[in-house]
Design a binder for this molecule. Structure first.
Ligand SMILES: Nc1ncnc2c1ncn2[C@@H]1O[C@H](COP(=O)(O)OP(=O)(O)O)[C@@H](O)[C@H]1O
Ligand SMILES: [Mg+2]
Length: 391
């Protein structure tokens, strides 16, 4: 499973850390031969004795020929220049020689990534069939409408059957709160994609993701607001293009403005979920959003209007909302204190309480509008279990 190359000074360490299925080879040519002998090899650790330029050429070659395989470079000294060059060449991680703990962690991460990358390592000579997942952008021009809540729970509903691979992208680059809503530590974020701009591939994209649970990953927003400004809109397009090749659904959470980044996401979206709450400022902003989308010639067929907190006692009926926004409503999500409770727990309500009316509304919407009208398999079970209290 793992090839250790030119690791003369520490083969014993290498063997103990990456398990028993390890092969030691003397040089990079031998590593290439070992790789072609066994298509199930998907990690090469290049030791400090190997020449850096040769190692980078090897990584660049492997990235094209064996995208599922990872290269970890071990160097006596690691600096930013080397790191940048290495990542550019397609090296997954650079580790300082002697740091066993870091090497173990890097090997674990690389092996996990290789499993994620949608390439059948036993079949790499066959051309990969083109996979085009759907990009779904959730937007509201007014803050607090529930974009993040709906985006995460929509992703949860799409991933719940465990038949679809789903990725949430937090495009609220300055104030993204996907990570905090599901209690994930943002170790890798969109900012880490900056060094890959212009040559992002599935391996690179996979290295940016944080897994929430099998089949549901997240691309988290930068932690520092200033970092978000450094992310060019073109990189968002590149990220979404790569991610849609890796997932069945890419659900994009957005900030409350028509930024260049949001428009880039909308441009490549297969579906736009446009939110409002039943209050006049939110409805006015939705109306403006719909007008703007018309002006920009976005197809009406790919839009859904969803009223979040639709049952709020504010004196506005569904038909009032339809009249003000001048558009049919495709989904209604009720209001419940269990929504903020679920966020405080870090568990999307669709996962935590699938029978809850909020979960059912979002699941129904996902099935009707995004999964081709198929009835959710578990609806009947939810219904039978019933929900005693509504918040
Ligand atoms: N259906 C709902 N019922 C009750 N509270 C909700 C509902 N949807 C969202 N909220 C709450 O409203 C607040 C704003 O939601 P959020 O998803 O962060 O909005 P946005 O991302 O549009 O700014 C959060 O505190 C969230 O818990
Ligand atoms: Mg938000």
């Amino acid at each position: 499973m793992t090839i250790l190359c030119q690791t003369a000074a520490w083969p014993a360490v290498g063997t103990s850390i990456v398990g028993e299925t390890v092969r030691a080879v003397d040089d990079l040519d031998a590593a290439l031969r070992a790789l072609s002998d066994d298509p199930a090899e998907y990690l090469v650790v290049v030791g400090p004795e190997a020449d850096t330029a040769e190692a980078l050429r090897f990584a660049a070659h492997l990235r094209l020929e064996r995208p599922a395989a990872g290269v970890i470079l071990v160097r006596d000294q690691v600096d930013v220049a080397l790191l940048t060059e290495a990542l550019r060449a397609g090296v997954r991680e650079v580790v300082t020689a002697g740091d066993t703990e870091a090497l173990t962690a890097a090997c674990d991460r690389s092996l996990a990534l290789s499993r994620q990358v949608h390439v059948d390592v036993r079949d790499t000579d066959e051309p990969e069939p083109e996979h085009e997942g759907k990009v779904v952008t959730v937007f509201a021009a007014k803050g607090g409408c529930g974009k993040t809540t709906i985006a995460i729970n929509l992703a949860a509903a799409l991933a719940a059957s465990e038949t679809h691979r789903v990725c949430v992208v937090d495009l609220d680059l300055s104030f993204g709160d996907v990570a905090i809503s599901v209690q994930l530590e943002p170790v890798r974020t969109i900012s880490d994609a900056l060094t890959m701009a212009g040559h992002l591939d599935t391996t690179g994209a996979a290295s940016l993701l944080t897994s929430y649970r099998p089949g549901l990953d997240m691309l988290l927003a930068p932690v520092t607001p200033g970092d978000g400004e450094k992310v060019p809109a073109a990189l968002v397009g590149e990220l979404l293009a790569v991610l849609r090749g890796m997932y069945d659904f890419v659900v994009v959470d957005t900030p409350a403005q028509f930024s260049e980044h949001v428009l880039t996401a909308m441009d490549v979206s297969d579906h736009l979920v446009l939110l409002t709450t039943p209050d006049t400022p939110a409805m006015k902003n939705l109306r403006i959003t719909l007008d703007m989308l018309d002006l920009l010639s976005y197809s009406r067929d790919i839009r859904s209007v969803v009223v979040n907190r639709s049952d709020s006692k504010v004196g506005l009926s569904g038909s009032d909302v339809e009249r003000v926004v001048r558009s049919p409503i495709n989904g209604n999500v009720p209001s419940s204190r269990h929504v903020p409770i679920s966020i405080n727990k870090g568990i999307p309500i669709v996962f935590g309480t699938p029978g809850h009316p909020v979960s059912q509304a979002i699941t129904r919407f996902a099935h009707e509008r995004l999964l081709g009208g198929a009835e959710p398999a578990r609806t009947k079970v939810y219904a039978r279990r019933g929900v005693r209290r509504r918040g």
